[in-house]
Write a protein that binds this ligand. Structure first.
Ligand code: AKG
Ligand code: FE2
Length: 367
């Protein structure tokens, strides 16, 4: 009888055991001829994927990481000179204004069409941080737009810049967030986890996330389970945000087709009713090493109406959401706690269905 080989323990450079992480995160090489199809599939399945071959110089990334580490190593009083994160500035432990707390310090910066202009960054002592941030943001905008264009093309949407033009717009409401999760030795001793960043979805169109080699990021799968993501300092992780999910709502035709294929699948489609999926994620820190992440959030201009793209909606079909602008949505996001499903508040009354078999019947009758 053949004996199966003993399980291999593949350790990464950071000493992480690879097989304790979720193996299903799609890895997309941007130069791959099939990249567009793979991107679309990843946005539909998980709403999350990793990109390689992105062309962003490692020196630039390393330079910014170094500057960030130096910033967070400063005494609290100096970091506070960046102003309270209300919404933009320096935050420590409290996330937003609605009582969310996390084992995290962060800098949240607004990105306008000009370079970063926060007062504290204009001081001579912050000039190297400012220059690294500005260079990084330029690259992030380019990468986010490249990916948004590939998504549009992969979906068969014309023009190709249907999504990316929102981020390129002079008024685009984009931001950069750098998170620093300090080590927490007490927790390490007890072998417990601490919430670094509570579960949420990102409200913008797209998030481009990069972190050092310290694990902690988790994503939620379709069945609601949480899985840890293996960090990779040379790649970028992409999240579909709420706004992109709304622009890409699934037409009813697809639901109809799935109906024939099986009850479970239909229910699942009805509940998401979105072609792309805005991924729920969180960060749990274990205290071994500090984690640093930098996330570029590409958002639309404030007045942009968020509704399914006409091209994706067949005649006579309606969105399950009432119409709203990015400004309205963002105001709502600021009023809610992190874990809230904010899109629910924009759902039309007759589209609100419980997570039960009733949902299936409800939609089946309408098809
Ligand atoms: O730090 C991370 O890896 C994720 C943080 C995050 O989700 C956010 O800042 O929106
Ligand atoms: Fe996030």
């Amino acid at each position: 009888m053949l004996k199966s080989p003993p399980p291999t323990r593949v350790l990464t450079m950071a000493g992480l055991r690879e097989n304790s992480f979720f193996p299903g995160v799609p890895v997309i090489t941007l130069s791959d001829p099939d990249a567009e199809t793979l991107l679309v599939r990843a946005c539909e399945d998980l709403g999350f994927f990793r990109v390689t071959n992105h062309g962003i110089p490692m020196e630039l990334i390393a330079r910014l990481e170094e500057e960030i580490m130096q910033f967070f190593a400063r005494p609290a009083a100096e970091k506070e000179l960046a102003g309270k994160a209300n919404p933009f500035g320096y935050g420590c432990k409290s996330i937003g204004n609605n009582g969310d707390v996390g084992w995290v310090e962060y800098l949240l910066m607004e990105i306008t069409s000009k370079s970063l202009s926060m007062d504290f960054l204009m001081k001579p002592s912050a000039s190297s941080l400012r220059s690294a941030l500005n260079d990084y943001i330029l690259e992030m905008r380019k990468l986010a737009c490249q990916i948004l264009e590939m998504m549009a093309h992969g979906l068969g949407i014309e023009p190709r810049d249907a999504f990316s033009k929102l981020v390129m717009d002079e008024e685009s409401d984009s931001m950069l967030r750098v998170n620093y999760y300090p080590p927490c030795p007490m927790i390490q001793e007890q072998n417990r986890f601490m919430t670094g960043f509570g579960e949420h979805t990102d409200p913008q169109l797209i998030s481009v996330l990069r972190s050092n080699e310290t694990a902690g990021l988790e994503i939620s799968l379709r069945d609601g389970s949480w899985v840890p993501v293996l960090p990779n300092r040379e790649s970028f992780f992409i999240n579909v945000g709420d706004s992109l999910q709304v622009l890409c709502l699934l037409p009813n035709q697809k639901i109809k087709k799935e109906l024939i294929m099986g009850r479970r699948l239909v229910l699942f489609q009805v509940l998401t009713n979105g072609r792309f999926r805005s991924v729920r994620h969180r960060v749990l820190t274990k205290g071994l090493k500090s984690r640093v992440s930098m996330i570029y959030f590409g958002g639309p201009p404030p007045g942009e109406r968020l509704a399914p793209l006409p091209l994706l909606v067949a005649e006579g079909e309606q969105s399950q959401y009432r119409e709203f602008t990015w400004h309205e949505y963002k105001s709502c996001a600021y009023k809610t706690v992190l874990a809230d499903s904010r899109l629910d508040q924009f759902q039309k009354r007759d589209c609100i269905a419980e997570r039960s078999d009733d949902a299936l019947d409800f939609f089946a009758k309408r098809l």
